[in-house]
Design a protein around this ligand. Structure first.
Ligand code: F6P
Ligand code: MN
Length: 327
């Protein structure tokens, strides 16, 4: 029998332990609400004609799926309802959204409302990734500088994973805890307290079909993982096409997730503010590392909302080895 500690009870403990404020608990609680709402949307999407594309592309030139729009609208609506958010940056919006009451809002949110939405049509894993910053300016409409903060400034980050079960994993600066949704009563219970990334185990995850686009060094580094020729030991290969799902496995089982830069696209694909930053924050809080190949993801100060960086995320030994082989 696992503990019957609920997510909201853990938020109160965090408040006491880490000096977090009641405001932060409310924001985290709202992400658990978004998680429950989107889990339900995803479950019913096939019955109500909500699979497939909208026919439009987003600011990243990616084809937008109906559930991407639902995810983004859900985040905006849920935070419009409480007067404590100064602004929201999202993968699905070219510019930021300033909710009602933003002048007095204390927190900035960076989110990928539905990461891995390519898995929607095949009932694969997806997730909502989020990072929460304190605004830098004191009041009024937030400025771009409030949004372009390095991952080190995150006060909390996490994700809700939509898979065979719905899980919420977060850290408010302390340990990383994982909660599983009991759907019958709509409550998340603590099932994975104090998650630590295992060393010397797990899988490597990378889209190997991109090999021809990589530099020689990147090709050689990935080859070493594939052939089990790394110093950190042999690894299985796993790749789901959803960063959040691949990261969740890496967090629990060890290993490394990679989205390297390419010769023609040195920054790779994934976005710093709402994908790489929040997951690197969780990874480091769980004892792992997040790197762009030369420095910690958390030290990079974003220059643009939708900026991309290469990503190497996972156990310390694996990420250090990948970085060493890229040098
Ligand atoms: O959000 C971007 C994303 O969908 C990630 O979730 C995923 O890991 C990655 O892109 C997959 O990209 P590719 O299809 O190029 O491997
Ligand atoms: Mn994504």
């Amino acid at each position: 029998m696992t503990s019957r500690l609920t997510l909201s009870e853990q938020f109160f403990r965090d408040q006491a332990d880490h000096g977090a404020t009641g405001g932060l608990s409310t924001v985290l609680n709202r992400f658990s609400l978004i998680g429950r709402m989107l889990a339900s949307e995803i479950m019913r999407a096939g019955f109500v004609g909500k699979l497939g594309y909208t026919g439009t592309t987003n600011v990243q030139d990616e084809n937008v799926r109906q559930l991407d729009v639902i995810g983004n609208d859900t985040v905006n609506t849920v935070f419009d309802a409480i007067p404590m958010i100064a602004g929201i940056a999202s993968e699905e919006m070219e510019d930021v959204h300033l909710p009602d009451g933003c002048e007095d809002g204390k927190y900035i949110i960076a989110t990928d409302p539905l990461d891995g939405s390519g898995n929607v049509d095949v009932a694969g894993q997806m997730g909502t990734i989020f990072g929460i910053y304190k605004r830098l300016s004191s009041s009024g409409r937030p400025t771009m500088a409030d949004f372009l903060q390095p991952g080190r400034n995150l006060v909390a980050a996490g994700y809700v994973l939509y898979g065979p079960c719905t899980m919420m994993v977060y850290s408010a600066g302390g340990p990383v805890h994982g909660f599983t949704l009991d759907r019958s009563i709509g409550t998340f219970f603590l099932t994975h307290p104090n998650i630590r990334i295992p060393e010397g185990a797990g899988a490597y995850a990378v889209n190997e079909a991109n090999e021809r686009k990589w530099s020689d060094k990147t090709q050689a580094m990935v080859r070493a993982f594939r052939r089990g020729e790394t110093d950190c030991g042999p690894r299985a290969a796993r790749y789901s096409g959803a960063l959040v799902g691949d990261f969740h496995r890496t967090l629990l089982k060890g290993g490394i997730y990679m989205y390297p830069g390419e010769v023609q696209k040195p920054a790779g694909k994934l976005r710093l503010l709402y994908e790489n930053g929040p997951l690197a924050f969780l990874c480091e809080k769980a004892g792992g590392l997040g790197s762009d190949g030369t420095r910690s993801i958390l030290d990079i100060v974003p220059e643009q909302l939708h900026q991309r960086t290469p990503l190497f995320l996972g156990s310390k030994g694996d990420v250090e080895e990948a970085v060493r082989r890229l040098a």
